[in-house]
Design a protein around this ligand. Structure first.
Ligand code: SAM
Length: 383
């Protein structure tokens, strides 16, 4: 497990953060995502994919990409990024694709173009000198997302962490004080036309407030829209290691299933209600229960598709029973808010359910055979 070792930057004795600092960093990113609603987010140095896992629940995100130099560390938990059974039972309205690549932030790959937000959480201090030199050109210059968030340890805080000797973690190549980080960040921002604001997480104890936050953060925002063609870089150098496409109502296959389920469910409820009514009429000795049915049934051979007709001038909005069959007009079904929201138009409704449910000859009503329902009702009523 890389996780506990690499999270050794948590203060051990004198200073203790609650929630732990790594969770505060993820929370910080989640808040930025809620505020700015990026659609495409990449996490560089994503390690065991914890931040990605948290971000997959943010509804604005449609593309979530992780990159790390270590394939092994990503593979520890990447299974958590697959859709769950519930995602298939109730597909989301948004589309979501999650992808992991093995590769270095010192290399350009076209799969990293077009992102709205790129996060680099506790990454830069793990880079070799040569990689750190390349980093601004790759991330700011080439990827050039609308927003970049970089967090790194503040070395001025280290004396408050008694277990820290040289660096907070053996793999750190450096740890910067606030001036070093800010100089580097301001230089990158100026070169690549970004603004930068500095903040941090993990405040020091009151008596030590001159040292700054335990984690220092730079939030970079690109000043202008990216002009012209993106830099030519066609060669893929990252190794794809994971891809999950979440079920979404934007995919016609899932939309159709959702619509058919909703239509059948509501039509069956309507049919049951009609049957119960009819039975109670029969019990009360009413003998006109079926007289209008042959007329209505014959009407379904005519045009009843005009959804603009109101209930008053369009009696065919109303479902009815003919023999053993309940006719539920599509106009009635389309008036159900959930169906309307899923389909948008009555034409789409027709298209999605045709061939999946029994329809009247002219396609304007859904037919429910009530033989089974009758038996069930009789059982239910103890008849
Ligand atoms: N971002 C993670 C988080 O907040 O939990 C953890 C970051 S971990 C401290 C640093 C990660 O950077 C490691 O997983 C390491 O493999 C990765 N890394 C180091 N050098 C890299 C490089 N050149 N390109 C991409 N990832 C790199």
């Amino acid at each position: 497990m890389m996780d506990e070792k690499l999270r050794k930057d948590e203060p051990a004795r004198t200073v203790k953060f609650s929630p732990p600092l790594y969770k505060q960093r993820y929370q910080f990113i989640k808040q930025l995502v809620s505020k700015h609603k990026p659609k495409k987010v990449a996490d560089l140095g994503c390690a065991d994919c914890r931040l990605l896992w948290m971000l997959k629940f943010c509804n604005c995100i449609e593309m979530l990409v992780g990159l790390d130099i270590s394939e092994d560390v990503m593979k520890e938990n990447m299974h958590k990024l697959y859709p769950l059974p519930g995602d298939y039972l109730q597909p989301s309205e948004r589309s979501l694709t999650v992808i992991l690549h093995q590769g270095s932030v010192a290399q350009k790959d076209p799969c990293m173009l077009g992102f709205d937000m790129v996060t680099c959480i506790e990454l830069i201090e793990h880079l070799e000198v040569k990689e750190l030199e390349k980093f601004p050109e790759v991330v700011f210059g080439f990827m050039s997302p609308a927003m970049i968030v970089i967090t790194t340890p503040n070395s001025e805080f280290n004396p408050l962490l008694p277990t820290v000797t040289l660096f907070r973690h053996p793999d750190h190549k450096f740890e910067w004080n606030r001036a070093q980080f800010q100089n580097w960040a301001l230089d990158a921002a100026a070169r690549y036309d970004y603004t930068v604001e500095f903040t941090g997480l993990g405040a020091p104890p009151l008596e030590e407030d001159g040292v700054g936050f335990c984690t220092q953060i730079g939030v970079f925002v690109r000043k202008s829209l990216k002009n012209g063609e993106p830099e030519k870089c066609k060669e893929h150098v990252y190794k794809p290691i994971f891809k999950a496409v979440y079920p979404s109502l934007q995919d016609e296959k899932y939309l159709q299933t959702a619509v058919v389920n909703e239509v059948v469910r509501t039509s069956q409820t309507i049919a049951r209600r009609l049957l119960v009514n009819r039975k109670s009429k029969i019990k009360k000795g009413c003998n006109d229960v079926e007289t209008d049915c042959p007329f209505l049934a014959s009407c379904f051979l005519k045009d009843v598709k005009d959804p603009s007709r109101t209930k008053a001038d369009n009696p065919l909005m109303e479902p009815f029973i003919n023999g053993q069959t309940v006719f539920v007009p599509l106009a009635k079904i389309f008036s159900i808010p959930k169906v309307k929201q899923l389909c948008g138009t009555s034409e789409t409704l027709s298209k999605l359910i045709t061939g999946k449910v029994a329809l009247s000859n002219d396609g304007s009503a859904l037919l429910i055979d009530t033989e089974y329902e009758n038996e069930e009702l009789e059982l239910y009523n103890g008849l």
